[in-house]
Design a binder for this molecule. Structure first.
Ligand SMILES: Nc1nc2c(c(=O)[nH]1)N[C@H]1C(S)=C(S)[C@@H](COP(=O)(O)O)O[C@H]1N2
Ligand SMILES: [Mo]
Length: 221
């Protein structure tokens, strides 16, 4: 009799343990570290973080993440000032996208981050907003039609090839402006502004590069 009880109790304990483990209910003391760069994804060869040519207007920027904020402002109902972790907490996505610089080089990278349109859903652009302007800590800026952000899956990446963006690649965030020339892929983003000015000219746009920056068109105005 006692043996039967012990056996039943043991089975019950094992079942509870199985549920706890399978549902991942135990607090974990394991801190995930960034893995090294992946070199291949779903059969596609990837470029490396080191294959970029560094030619930023003021060189690599060092961003102190403890004081960093992403300000989302302008023509919105609900302006926000996000910390790094708050931005990363939006649903994460990953995708391989090629960056093409006007200088003639390109890199094929697995980008991981959040969708800009998920952030916009939270701040709620006003009906007058038709343009999204991104600003960076080095004074760089660039802009897009609001529809481009809303009708595509445009990522703000915090990782590339499974590793956190290094400072020279735009830490904490680089825009993955797919189907646009590299100068639209703004790094070190710290502000997003919703505007009603579709003619806003960013850094390279005000120096002769096209506003749309479409890859299938010349980048000269
Ligand atoms: N903030 C900022 N973002 C930037 C730039 C810059 O100078 N400052 N350069 C752009 C250009 S011209 C390209 S091609 C891509 C990639 O440049 P990289 O190889 O220097 O990273 O970043 C873009 N984003
Ligand atoms: Mo570029």
């Amino acid at each position: 009799m006692i043996k039967q009880y012990i056996a039943m109790a043991a089975i019950a304990i094992i079942m509870v343990l199985a549920i706890v483990i399978s549902l991942d209910l135990l607090p974990s003391s394991t801190i995930p570290l960034d893995s090294v760069e992946v070199t291949e994804y779903q059969g596609q060869e990837l470029s490396s973080v080191n294959d970029f040519r560094e030619n930023s207007i003021k060189g690599p920027q060092k961003v102190d993440i403890s004081s960093y904020h992403l300000e989302v402002t302008g023509q919105v109902t609900n302006p926000q000032n996000y910390t790094y972790d708050q931005v990363k907490n939006f649903q994460n996505y990953q995708k391989v996208v090629k960056l093409d610089c006007v200088e003639g080089w390109s890199v094929n990278i697995l980008w991981q981050g959040v969708l800009v349109k998920d952030i916009l859903n939270e701040v709620k652009p006003l009906p007058t907003a038709n343009t999204v302007i991104f600003y960076a800590v080095d004074g760089y800026s660039t802009s897009f039609p609001l529809e481009y952000i809303q009708n595509n899956q445009i990522l703000m990446a915090y990782k590339m090839n499974n590793a956190t963006l290094p400072p020279e690649r735009g830490f904490p965030f680089q825009l993955v402006a797919e189907s646009k020339w590299g100068y639209k892929w703004i790094k070190w983003i710290n502000k997003i502004e919703l505007s009603d000015n579709p003619n806003y000219q960013g850094y390279w746009e005000s120096r002769g590069y096209s506003l749309s920056g479409n890859l299938n068109e010349s980048f000269f105005k």
